[in-house]
Design a protein around this ligand. Sequence first.
Ligand code: SF4
Ligand code: SF4
Ligand code: SF4
Ligand code: FES
Length: 960
Amino acid sequence: MLETIAKRERDFGTPAVVNTQTVRLTIDGHDCEVPAGTSVMRAAAELGINIPKLCATDSLDAFGSCRLCLVQIEGRRGYPASCTTPVEAGMVIHTENPKLHDLRRNVMELYISDHPLDCLTCPANGDCELQDMAGVVGLRNVRYGYDGANHLSDTTDHSNPYFDYDPSKCIVCSRCVRACDDIQGTFALTVDGKGFESRIVAGQNDGFLESDCVSCGACVQACPTSSLTEKTVIMMGQAEHSVITTCAYCGVGCAFKAEMKGQEVVRMVPWKDGQANRGHSCVKGRFAWGYATHQDRMLKPMIRGSITEPWREVSWDEAINYAASELKRIQAKYGRDSIGGITSSRCTNEETYLVQKLVRAGFGTNNVDTCARVCHSPTGYGLKTTIGESAGTQTFDSVMFTDVIILMGANPSAAHPVFASRMKQRLRAGAKLIVIDPRSIELVDAPHVKADYHLPVRPGTNTALLTSMAHVIATEGLIDEKFVTERCETQAFEQWRTFVSQPENSPEAMEEVTGVKASELRAAARLFATHGNGSIYYGLGVTEHSQGSTTVMAIANLAMATGNIGREGVGVNPLRGQNNVQGSCDMGSFPHELPGYRHVSDDAVRQQFEQDWGVTIQPEPGLRIPNMFDAALSGSFKGMYCQGEDIVQSDPNTQHVTAALSSMECIIVQDIFLNETAKYAHVFLPGSSFLEKDGTFTNAERRISRVRKVMEPMGGMADWEATCALSNAMGYPMNYNHPSEIMDEIARLTPTFQGVSFKKIDELGGSVQWPCNEEAPDGTPTMHVDEFVRGKGKFMITKYVPSDERSTRKYPLLLTTGRILSQYNVGAQTRRTPNVLWHAEDLLEIHPHDAEDRGIQTGDYVAVQSRVGETVLRADVTDRVQPGVVYTTFHFPESGANVVTTDNSDWATDCPEYKVTAVQARRVTQESDWQAKWSRFSDLQHDLLQQGLTTDAKQEPETA
Ligand code: SF4
Ligand code: SF4
Ligand code: SF4
Ligand code: FES
């Protein structure tokens, strides 16, 4: 049962061993058989015999330092440590006898003699392995007294905002050091000194905050005492119950145990059995959840006639009825297609499904779109065209079986940190790495991980680079002919082979275009094609280009040509950004597709939905987000329901977006905060955080995981309930008692979800990867195993077409954008947490040469000007970027990164070309005109909010 589980999960002491060879042995008179290589400790634990331990834990390889786990093995001298002793055939082992008892008690006595005796007031009381083990070995008193040399007055390091390090409680078991090295891969901790003097230090003994620590929490999780403890536990005490749920940040989809006291979260602990994260986490999911109860939460529905009027708090009924009457009024005046909706990639599958259903069935249009329009829509188009399904092909675990990785246009250390840690584990074990990125991302040169090749591609030339890689593979006889013959369309392949083999596609010919040395590119291509299992992981640095869809097809071509698809360790893996962006696409959020990626023009598909929903569905695709803005400006699009999406901050060319929104008559925003888009809204509906509702998220591996309610919706309604209320008020009945009923409907209407239900997900241990249906009742970890979803794989011609956006004399630099570990997307959540300690503003990274040319130094204010706008950021002079390229993040609204980005977009999907903007940079001393205007407008909106709020709800303005 997953709803409530034991406080501390079972710990087998050492990791499970996968080995088909087994060994039989006897432990305490019980026969057992375990895989060869298993430790004696684990073999015993699997029999239910818990050998005392302190330095061992089953998430880490054994280290053998504490000597508490001693056992007796018949025929052997001495008392070996069971955690470091592998089983052998015929071993006869005793885990308990008077001698072992004495030895263990002596060990424990030494530990306790240098440990504060404050168990009753210790935050770990009841959750401390040292305390438990003292009880297990029967220690009642300490013969040495407590007066000798000790560490009891060592001072606590409070520097990290989320956890304390109290060295007086440390038993130097080094679990924290090993967790940081082996699980997280940051190598921030060391054991300093020897013997009695040895202590754990972060960095150069400069405290956790100043060190390289990325606050993932793995060390805190591993610590058997209260030496490393969450501040919330210190403050609130131990939790009373726990619920398993899924992180609401990135597309890794980590499973967490929300440990609760009543309705309050005490801490979020990465769930050991989580199939996406395997017990690991990053700073966002582990610690940055305080936004959920932040004072800025908007908890009352509000309405107003225009965006220059004060907000007025109203009841849910009044807000919903007002919204529905406005939408109906607009449709009566401007026509059926004058309204639409935007679904959220942060909301659950069930909520997203309902919003698109409301638009298609309740509004009677297909004017629905989602933020995937601005991130991974080219993945949908490119993968569907080539291999037949719009999703990644693998599990995250698959990376452990890969031999060579291409990592392109993605920075997992920042955006998918838990997966980055897995990738680093595999790289440290010997896999090769090819990074294709204009920036020197962390994985190019991380502790104990070095990329074999870093190809610093010029922004906008990805297609040229991949085509020239394909040229090497095709012309040097490196194609997997057997795979291609058996699995792919012959004619398309031959056309492709001829195309890529043309001399103009050679690395030498393309060097001038891509900026990548031909020799490096040739070597990287050979490595990928010949080094065993090759996998490709990519991100928005691939898709957010005018040729995003073409580059995705080039990736699929490369995987097919080298036979790297359809088994573990290979595949094409888009690293989806937001927690449920895969799900929002699956659920029919695009204007041309019903749930399950089926085109609205398909009569049979439409009829199925029409019969179930009892309405007529339009056979023509509706408006995409950019089309909605254009239509708003031309006067034909007047009303919008926007759930959990901040289009003003996240979409390109901000001035265009705000002009479009300002011209509309009814914008309904449903969100947990009054975000940038809400400043242009007429109806505000309080959103609910992931802690306040039931449902599912689908991560980047197609894994559908349960989201479980741990507290009641603070605004009174979960998002799905508000959508139902709006639909009912619009005259289209929607009545569900629980999100599980919505999933049942999704399963009824979507072939790839046919076997999915909340019950099924629980039965399968908390998640299932789609397709899950009659052919794959337990889901599909690896796709395209025997044949592609479309039958034969289809090679596509990927001719390089330069972006219109090129550097010129006026705009000589190319701006590219990305994310940083501590912040998430538009920052609405993470900016309201102590994560701002690591990243309090968006900076402009600029190469020392470009900075010197312009007299710019780190910390200077720099105006970044493109042909559409200008904003001012502070400079970070660094060689992480190459000359001619500048880089920034977009987490703070006042930075206005998207004031500069243009409305150039992918030819197939309209995905904006965020990654290439020609700009000029110059040193300045004041904010840009846009920023001054933004400040004035934000102040006005704050005043309009205050005028409408009840006295006790008045808020301080958000600090910039
Ligand atoms: S929080 Fe993570 S990165 Fe920081 S020291 Fe601990 S394990 Fe290492
Ligand atoms: S801080 Fe905790 S995990 Fe690290 S050595 Fe000390 S007791 Fe062990
Ligand atoms: S943000 Fe991503 S990697 Fe971090 S805990 Fe959440 S799902 Fe996991
Ligand atoms: S648990 Fe085996 S030596 Fe510490």
